[in-house]
Design a protein around this ligand. Structure first.
Ligand SMILES: Nc1ncnc2c1ncn2[C@@H]1O[C@H](COP(=O)(O)OP(=O)(O)O)[C@@H](O)[C@H]1O
Ligand SMILES: [Mg+2]
Length: 467
């Protein structure tokens, strides 16, 4: 009970561990799977933002002085206006940073939108230092293209972060042109580090979980195997105990049965002692021999019964057994004028069991059949394979079994014959049961009696049946 409970909890643990680990692995791969999608969305956003920013810068193009030089900053009002436009245009796109790059003699970044939305202090503003060279480079590339070109978009690793950048060119060649740039950080260094740590920890945990689950499963399989062996042993012991009990009951009956012929022998022999001359007749000698035969018969049957269940289990061909049995009975059948027929399935699968014991079953059934047809008749033995295993039927054309004794046929010592022991069918049932099969009287026959034996086939035992 306790062992089964432990197995139960182990099973739950295995399922939980496996499920948890799989969920973690799944989440990791979903995150990896969604990354390109995130990048695509960022590209769309960047394109729109770059176009809007470029449109916002257009009116200020004329204000850029012709004599702007490399060292000079833009005139303050222009600078402020561009910064304000940047903020206004980017307000719609959270997370984006952006500004303008002015071409020509003015070579600087202006109007850099501060990420936290503060108004940028007047003066020169650049993107974060690591990104600056790349964005400057991309702005230059963008300006060498025609004005109508769509924004130039690139996603690349800059320093420890991965950023998406879009640049759009504004204005004509005269006197200077503006490149509007926007940027989004897809992953920053901190975020990347955190994600990496999380990814590593979760993957390691998931792998440990799977390993643990595997270990537990192996353990569980072992304990289940042990449990099964234990149960098999128990079943076996139970079967033996049952057999012993049946044997005990039988023995009591036999003791009783043996007493009658013994008493007959004793009284006859006593008579011989007292009146040797008058009583030693051939008839009395015959009576003693018959009584001894009867005891011998009983003991023989008893041995059959005791042996059932202790034979080795081999692959047995039931057809061969039937053929042998019929061969043995042929002379007797001929004397009685009984016609013997055998209808044996050619594809009969073998049964696992003892040939000797099964031969006894066939012989008992055939003997019974012959005994009820003293003046001729027909005896048919049939075998066939079916889903449950194999079937043997022994049918005769005798008087059949009266309905009122059908329930008692297989009881030990039940007999209707004066010289019967009543053990034949009991032994049959004992043997067939030991083989995992069953024996029954077929009740829906028109003529005579038919007994059916069903035994599990060797393949039926392995695979649970075949058609
Ligand atoms: N083929 C049969 N036809 C009719 N009755 C049968 C047949 N086989 C068995 N019986 C009945 O079952 C009884 C028990 O049979 P069995 O156990 O073989 O003991 P026994 O043959 O010693 O009588 C028989 O006495 C008989 O009444
Ligand atoms: Mg019999």
């Amino acid at each position: 009970m306790g062992r089964r409970l432990a197995a139960h909890w182990q099973l739950i643990l295995v399922v939980l561990l496996l499920a948890g680990s799989l969920v973690v692995l799944l989440l990791n791969s979903v995150a990896a799977f969604l990354l390109p999608q995130k990048e695509l969305e960022a590209r769309d956003n960047l394109r729109t933002a770059a176009i809007e920013l470029a449109a916002a810068a257009r009116p200020f193009l004329d204000e850029i002085p012709d004599d702007a030089t490399v060292d000079r900053t833009l005139p303050a009002p222009l600078h402020r206006n561009l910064a304000a436009e940047t903020e206004r245009a980017l307000a719609k796109f959270p997370g984006l940073e952006g500004g303008f790059y002015v071409n020509g003699r003015v070579d600087q970044f202006v109007g850099f939108a501060h990420p936290d939305g503060q108004t940028p202090p007047p003066g020169r503003r650049d993107p974060p230092p690591k990104e600056t060279p790349s964005i400057r480079q991309q702005a230059r590339e963008s300006l060498t293209h025609a004005v109508s070109d769509p924004p130039l978009i690139e996603v690349r690793d800059i320093g420890p972060s991965r950023v998406g950048v879009a640049t759009a060119a504004v204005g004509d060649v005269r006197p200077a042109r503006i490149a509007a740039w926007v940027m989004v950080r897809l992953t920053g260094p901190d975020q990347q580090r955190r994600e990496l740590v999380r990814y590593r920890i979760s993957t390691i945990l998931a792998l440990v979980g799977i390993l643990l689950a595997l270990g537990l499963t192996a353990n569980l399989a072992r304990s289940l195997q042990r449990e099964r062996t234990r149960r098999e042993k128990l079943t076996d012991e139970l079967r033996k105990a049952e057999h012993l009990a049946a044997l005990g009951r039988l023995l009591a009956g036999v003791a009783h049965e043996v007493r009658n012929p013994l008493a007959a022998i004793r009284s006859t022999v006593q008579l011989w002692q007292r009146f040797p001359d008058q009583t030693r007749t051939p008839a009395s000698l015959d009576a003693v021999v018959t009584a001894v035969d009867r005891i011998n018969d009983l003991v023989g049957q008893l041995l059959q019964f005791a042996r059932a269940g202790h034979e080795e289990r081999l692959s047995v061909d039931l057809n061969a057994i039937v053929t042998e049995t019929l061969e043995l009975s042929r002379a007797q059948a001929e004397r009685q004028g009984v016609r013997i027929e055998a209808d044996l399935a050619s594809d009969l699968e073998p049964v696992a069991g003892s040939a000797q014991a099964l031969r006894q079953v066939a012989l008992n059934l055939v003997n019974n059949a012959l005994q009820v047809m003293p003046v001729g008749g027909r005896l048919v033995c049939r075998t066939r394979s079916f889903a449950e295993g194999v079937e043997l039927t022994v049918a005769d054309s005798g008087p059949g079994v009266p309905a009122d004794i059908r329930d008692r046929l297989f009881e030990p010592f039940f007999t209707t014959r004066p010289d019967g022991t009543g053990l034949g069918l009991a032994v049959c049932r004992e043997i067939v049961t030991r083989h995992g099969g069953r024996i029954e009287l077929v009740t829906d026959v028109l003529v005579g009696a038919t007994f059916r034996v069903i035994l599990p086939g060797t393949t039926a035992m392995d695979s649970g049946g075949k058609s």
